[in-house]
Structure formats: structure tokens, C-alpha cells
Design a protein around this ligand. Structure first.
Ligand code: ATP
Length: 353
């Protein structure tokens, strides 16, 4: 089911929750709405679900306008953070419930329920009550209940938030596998950029109700369209520097860091904000370096060491191999991976790369 959102807007009194949103979601895509708390993710999802009315704009499923339809007529399945299972009903009855509402005959309903129980590999849980299940199992039941109606669109609002870190990763992999197996158009809300990057075909980055960027995870990470997205993506924060543009290249304090040739010669201003991801600062010899600094501390992260240093008040990070043998208090010399430097307008923070 293809989804089109046009000029969608919602205010709560004077709070703009969603501001003129326009996006297309292709049939079978998994799109994540990503952004910090309060950026408008849930409000957008709830407008698509028909749980909140928009102030302006329209929503189409396959070119048919659906924003005037009731929730139950939109052909959607919903999964919430808190599972929202009926505590007094068994798992099987929880799953049968939406089919009873749809007045599907008992035999057919039972067949469908058994199919989804099998799909989510929870056949053995049918007779239990939700209180007798782990969080992960409850969420599977909630997903089964959403899918049993055979919806054309699956809407998931922070479905993994109540699970512990390891189970979150396992469950998101399972959701993605299931979503691809069923080819069901899915919208997944999260504030966790790792989760979004691992699960999505495309990510919609929101801030203050406004679209910041819409693209595949790699584009969003490697080619952020503004500083907000650059900072929001990446489990280890991006490094930010103030630079001064000259005809020869960009100067970072007193050091010439890189020459850009013609590419940026049309810049009207001489200040620029640079972004470099931690994996793109490289330990080098003093002669080649753009930065020298004293190491504040070193943390082990997986197979790498995460090295932290300060320039003034600003904190910087890069990854080093344990064989570099960097310790706190060492003076280090770093260069930039020139291909990977991001440039942002110093006033608007829009990408200039
Ligand atoms: P979170 O990750 O915390 O759930 P979110 O990105 O989903 O946040 P929304 O819940 O969509 O954000 O909220 C967007 C903005 O609208 C916030 O400023 C929020 O306080 C406000 N808001 C949401 N619902 C209401 C409401 N019913 N009444 C008043 N303000 C609301």
C-alpha cells in the first residue's frame, strides 16, 4: 500500500506538533519516523491512524484519501510501546478479539489466529494470560494481534522501548524479517537512531514538527542535509569545528586542514562549520596533522578504543586501534579523511557539501 502525506499540519494550542509535512512511502517499505522527544513522531503516526485529526493537509493510501475515514476503516494494524493487551483474556483470545469485532466467522478466525501464532512462533503461548508472559513475548502477541486482521499498513509506536537492550536488538531483527516476508508497508516510530538505521528502508528525521531529511540510512548518516541530522545520527557524536574559508582551503584555528580547490570557491561568507565523524579522524605523523591535542581519556568500545580530547570547552572523539597504544595524557596528532568532511553554513546550518 502506497502512502502519500500532503501538507499535513497539527497544532496543540500554540505548540506546533507537525508543520507542513509532505512525504511518500512506497508499497512494502519500512519507514522510520525518527527524532527527539516532542518532535511530532507520534502525532504524525496518530493522524495516519485516525486517532488524532489533522488541522490541515491530507493522507492518501493508494491515491485514495483516507483522512476522513474512521480508524477501523483504514485497514491498518497498530502496535504500541505498552503492548496494550487485554489482561483478562488469554493470548489466543487477545488475537481473536479484532476478528470478532470484524464479525469474521469462528472457524476462519481460529485459522487466522493459528497462522499468526505460528508466524510469530508463539504457538505454545496461546492459553496464557499477558501477565504470564515476558515483555518480549507480550510484544510478539501485540504484533500478532495487529497482523491477524491482514492490514495493508502496519503502524508501530516505539514498540521496543520496554525491552532490555539485547532483546531490543533481537526483536527489531525479527520485526524487519517479518515485515519483509509479508511485504507490508510499515511505519515505525523511534527516538533511537541505531534502531532506525538498522531496520529501515528510509528514515524521516523530524525536529520541532518539521521534516529535516528523508532518505535511506546511509544517506542520512553520510550526507546529512543539516547540522541537526548530522548530530542526531551516529551512536558516537560527530565532531564539530569552526573553520575559516580562504582561497587556499579551510583553516582551523591556525592550522590549514585541507585544500578544497574550486568546489567551494563560490562561498560568500568566510566562516564555515565543519563536521567529521569519529571514524574519519585519523592518527598520523606530526607533519601531516591538522590537529594536535592532549588525550583526556580512552574507553574501550568493542574492538576499538574511543579516544576523547578537548579543544577549549568542546569535546572531540575518534576511534583508534588498541595497537596505536594511546593513553590519557598522550599528545596525539590527527588528520581528517578529506572525502568525509561535512561542511555546514555557519548561520543556517544547512549542508554545503
Ligand atoms: P515522544 O518521543 O516523547 O513520544 P514525539 O516525537 O512522539 O515525542 P509528539 O507526542 O508527537 O512527539 O508531540 C509533539 C508535540 O506536541 C510536543 O510538543 C507535545 O508536547 C505536543 N503534544 C502532543 N500531544 C498533545 C496533546 N494531546 N495536547 C497538547 N500538546 C500535545
Amino acid at each position: 500500500m502506497q502512502i502519500k502525506i500532503r501538507s499535513l499540519a497539527k497544532k496543540f494550542k500554540d505548540v506546533v506538533a507537525v508543520d507542513n509535512l509532505n512525504i511518500d512511502i512506497e508499497d512494502g517499505e519500512l519507514v522510520t519516523f525518527l527524532g527527539p522527544s516532542g518532535c511530532g513522531k507520534s502525532t504524525t503516526l496518530f493522524m495516519i491512524a485516525g486517532l488524532i485529526n489533522q488541522d490541515e493537509g491530507s493522507i492518501f493510501f493508494e491515491n485514495q484519501r483516507i483522512d476522513n475515514l474512521k480508524t477501523e476503516d483504514r485497514n491498518i494494524g497498530m502496535v504500541f510501546q505498552n503492548y496494550a493487551l487485554y489482561p483478562h483474556l488469554t493470548v489466543l483470545k487477545n488475537i481473536l478479539f479484532p476478528l470478532e469485532m470484524m464479525k469474521i466467522n469462528k472457524k476462519e478466525a481460529l485459522k487466522r489466529a493459528e497462522e499468526v501464532l505460528e508466524l510469530l512462533q508463539i504457538q505454545e503461548l496461546g492459553k496464557r494470560k499477558p501477565s504470564q508472559l515476558s515483555g518480549g513475548q507480550q510484544q510478539r502477541v501485540a504484533i500478532a494481534r495487529a497482523l491477524v486482521k491482514k492490514p495493508k499498513v502496519l503502524l508501530m509506536d516505539e514498540p521496543l522501548s520496554n525491552l532490555d537492550a539485547k532483546l531490543r536488538i533481537e526483536t527489531r531483527e525479527e520485526i524487519r524479517k517479518l515485515q519483509q516476508h509479508l511485504s507490508i508497508t510499515t511505519i515505525f516510530v523511534t527516538h533511537d537512531q541505531d534502531e532506525a538505521a538498522s531496520i529501515s528502508d528510509r528514515i524521516l528525521v523530524l525536529d520541532n514538527g518539521k521534516l529535516q531529511q528523508y532518505g535511506n540510512p546511509r544517506e542520512i548518516y553520510e550526507e546529512p542535509s543539516n547540522l541537526f541530522t548530522a548530530k542526531f545520527m551516529g551512536s558516537t557524536p560527530i565532531n564539530i569545528f569552526d573553520g575559516t574559508y580562504t582561497n587556499d582551503g579551510i583553516l582551523l584555528k591556525d592550522n590549514k586542514i585541507v585544500s578544497y580547490g574550486e568546489k567551494f570557491s563560490d562561498l560568500e561568507i568566510n566562516k564555515v562549520t565543519l563536521g567529521v565523524r569519529p571514524e574519519n579522524l585519523i592518527v598520523c605523523k606530526k607533519e601531516e596533522s591538522s590537529i594536535s591535542a592532549k588525550v583526556k581519556h580512552v574507553d574501550m568500545i568493542g574492538k576499538d578504543n574511543l579516544v576523547v580530547f578537548y579543544i577549549g570547552e568542546e569535546k572531540y572523539r575518534f576511534f583508534a586501534s588498541p595497537s596505536d597504544d594511546i593513553k590519557s595524557g598522550d599528545t596525539i596528532f590527527l588528520k581528517f579523511d578529506k572525502e568525509k568532511i561535512m561542511l555546514f553554513h555557519p548561520n543556517t546550518y544547512e549542508s554545503m557539501s
